[in-house]
Design a protein around this ligand. Structure first.
Ligand SMILES: [Zn+2]
Length: 234
């Protein structure tokens, strides 16, 4: 469950990222009247088992919803909640509706689990930042907009291992100085971080990821804007 929005007297419209059908917006009748345990099935960030009825348009009907994995710890942690919300928005804005994206589904489950995991609050916070970055990188990659860290996206020149480089969100990867990298005064991202991101983002150092996070956030915002513009034209 990515998002729950009130609708009318006691209905809700939910955004679901489903394993089998990708992004599905659905109407749930009388969901706001629910109390206690069954109300959990209408909160974001849990994994649900649902039954959907295709409607005439984009909006399906949610006819049954039960909790498969509850992530209640996450809901009590401000920072984790914020990260889960951000990732859910990214998934909602970038995923094509009614198209299965199993990699995105899996990556989002991993992120929600990491944010919900038990452990020291400090460790959880650092892990949460790395997990969010890893999700952002996977989301872009899975939907065909992956960032290139190994070579310049313009001229193809390889970035030697260990060497820092300018990474452009607009160009979707490394831009060498000859191709205009750093022309706007941006700082290079350190080589060790790019090496680790290239190898898969799980071993990133939480203290060092901020510059890479900025690139990922900008790349996602750009794609969301482009997707929004295409939807607007359709
Ligand atoms: Zn170049």
């Amino acid at each position: 469950m990515l998002r729950v929005s009130p609708f009318g007297e006691d209905d809700v419209v939910v955004s679901l990222l489903t394993e089998g059908a990708g992004l599905v917006p659905a109407l749930a009748k009388h969901a706001r009247a629910r109390r206690g345990k069954s109300a959990l099935a209408f909160e974001p960030f849990h994994t649900l088992s649902v039954e959907l009825l295709a409607g005439g348009g984009e909006l399906h009907r949610l006819t049954s919803s039960t909790i498969a994995v509850a992530r209640t710890r996450l809901l009590d942690r401000g920072e984790a909640l914020e990260r889960a919300g951000l990732a859910s928005r990214w998934a909602r804005e970038l995923s094509p509706p009614h198209t299965p994206e199993p990699e995105v589904f899996e990556a989002l489950e991993r992120l929600y689990d990491a944010l919900d995991a038990e452990g020291a609050p400090d460790a959880a916070r650092a892990d949460g930042a790395v997990a969010l970055l890893a999700f952002g990188l996977t989301l872009l990659e899975a939907l065909g907009w992956g960032l290139e860290f190994g070579r310049c996206v313009r001229c193809g020149r390889e970035r030697p291992a260990g060497r820092g480089a300018f990474v452009s969100a607009a160009a979707s990867g490394v831009l060498c100085s000859a191709c205009g990298g750093g022309a706007a005064g941006e700082l290079p991202i350190e080589g060790a971080l790019l090496d680790r991101a290239l190898a898969g983002a799980t071993e990133l150092d939480a203290a060092a990821i901020a510059p890479l996070m900025r690139v990922v956030e900008e790349a996602i915002a750009r794609q969301a804007h482009a997707v929004g513009a295409r939807k607007g034209r359709a």
